[in-house]
Design a protein around this ligand. Structure first.
Ligand code: GDD
Ligand code: MN
Length: 371
């Protein structure tokens, strides 16, 4: 296994000199390190170049003309490494926040996974030395990304990650759109979405002792907005797309529902509550199938229809049905409506919103996560 450790640097002169030997010490013998420096004003590159003379053929540097963001730095490093046929890639920060002592365990785990994440948000993982606010931003960011993306990876934002070149192929690096820190989220989401097997191992992240973080308000807001674009770009539907599809599906179900209701309640004069229940089961089954195959396909993937999920769907739809019936009955009782099916239509609309929430967050939650 040939491992390439990629370390992006911007003003890391106080850290890089100690970090490089520490990384070599914890890596398999055939490991190389590639530093990507964005013309750091503090002379980081010159220090690395001096170390290169002592570590010929093991240590390399790519120099860019100015600070151009984390994503670009990693992407040119990966291109470089792929052209030289490395098998495994490790991303890590230059400031000792990512302790090299975790590398052997990551190397072990990469034997049977496509991606290994040094994770702060799993049991025994954590952060040391961050302010309460910085901690909230990071945890909140991970949770926000997790919810929007429907992705079970617990540390989506962290930057201590190991990838096989097979994972890179599945991710399709050409399609990455991030420039800044949302790069980490995008890589992991794309990997998971493409079916890579992902392993999170606990790490204790320690705040840097020297130099300053490059995290800024701009980077933060960019990441906040980018999550939606990342999802769209990977082919995953946003919540709005899902709602529109769910709405159309519900519309089709409603046509079925109303046709049967009109026939039974208005023409055959059967009791409307009983009829409404029958309509619910028939239209509900139709909705379950269409939602599984279409509205929530970014979560259900290629999985088969299941009796259990069908029951769950009908079960959760009961809450919607309760609202449906209540609204319909109240309208019939209180208003002078020429056809009962109009009241039923209003009931369906109210029930739909409730049903959507249940469907999205319970029934069609997300595909089997390989994690
Ligand atoms: N070449 C290059 N270009 N390197 C950069 C750039 C850039 O534009 N911006 C940052 N870096 C380098 C830094 O020098 C450091 O080695 C690493 O990228 C991470 O930057 P930090 O500024 O130390 O990040 P942090 O400690 O605030 O952020 C940590 O948390 C983030 C969110 O959880 C890291 O773990 C990030 O990887 C993580 O995304
Ligand atoms: Mn840092």
């Amino acid at each position: 296994m040939r491992l390439l450790v990629v370390i992006p640097t911007y003003n890391e002169a106080d850290n890089i000199e100690k970090l490089i030997p520490a990384v070599f010490e914890h890596c398999p013998l055939e490991t190389n390190i590639l530093v990507v420096d964005d013309n750091s004003p503090d002379g980081t590159a010159a220090i690395v170049e001096r170390l290169i003379t002592e570590n010929k053929d093991r240590l390399h540097i790519l120099k860019r003309s100015g600070k151009q963001g984390l994503a670009g730095a990693y992407l040119i490093a990966f291109d470089w490494g792929l052209s030289k046929e490395y098998d495994v890639f490790l991303e890590m920060d230059a400031d000792f926040s990512h302790n090299p002592k975790y590398i052997p365990e990551m190397v072990n785990n990469i034997q049977d996974h496509d991606v290994v994440i040094g994770s702060r948000n799993v049991k025994k993982g954590g952060v040391e030395g961050w302010s309460f606010l910085r901690n909230c931003i990071s945890k909140g960011g991970s949770l926000y990304s997790q919810i929007i993306l429907g992705c079970p990876i617990k540390d989506l934002t962290g930057g201590f990650n190991m990838w096989t070149n097979n994972a890179f192929q599945k991710i399709d690096l050409q399609k990455i759109i991030s420039k800044g820190y949302s790069f980490q989220v995008e890589m992991k989401y794309r990997a998971w979405y493409a079916g890579c097997s992902v392993k999170e191992i606990p790490i204790l992240f320690t705040d840097r002792k020297f130099g300053a973080s490059k995290m800024s308000k701009k980077i933060f807001f960019e990441a906040f907005i980018n999550i939606w674009k990342i999802k769209k770009n990977a082919g995953g539907d946003t919540i709005l797309d899902q709602f529109i599809k769910f709405f159309i599906t519900g519309g089709l179900g409603t046509i079925t529902n109303l046709a049967i209701f009109f026939l039974c309640a208005d023409i055959l004069k059967l009791p409307e509550i009983l009829v409404s229940i029958g309509c619910f089961v028939i239209a509900g089954t139709q909705n379950y199938i269409v939602n599984h195959r279409w509205s929530f396909t970014s979560s259900t993937g290629t999985s088969k229809l299941s009796l259990k999920k069908w029951c769950l769907f009908l079960g959760t739809s009961l809450a919607g049905l309760a609202i449906n019936i209540a609204v319909m009955k109240l309208m019939i009782l209180n208003f002078n409506i020429p056809y009962k099916f109009i009241a039923q239509a209003c009931g369906i609309a109210a029930g739909m919103v409730v049903n959507f929430m249940f469907s999205k967050y319970m029934v069609f939650r997300n595909k089997e996560a390989k994690i």
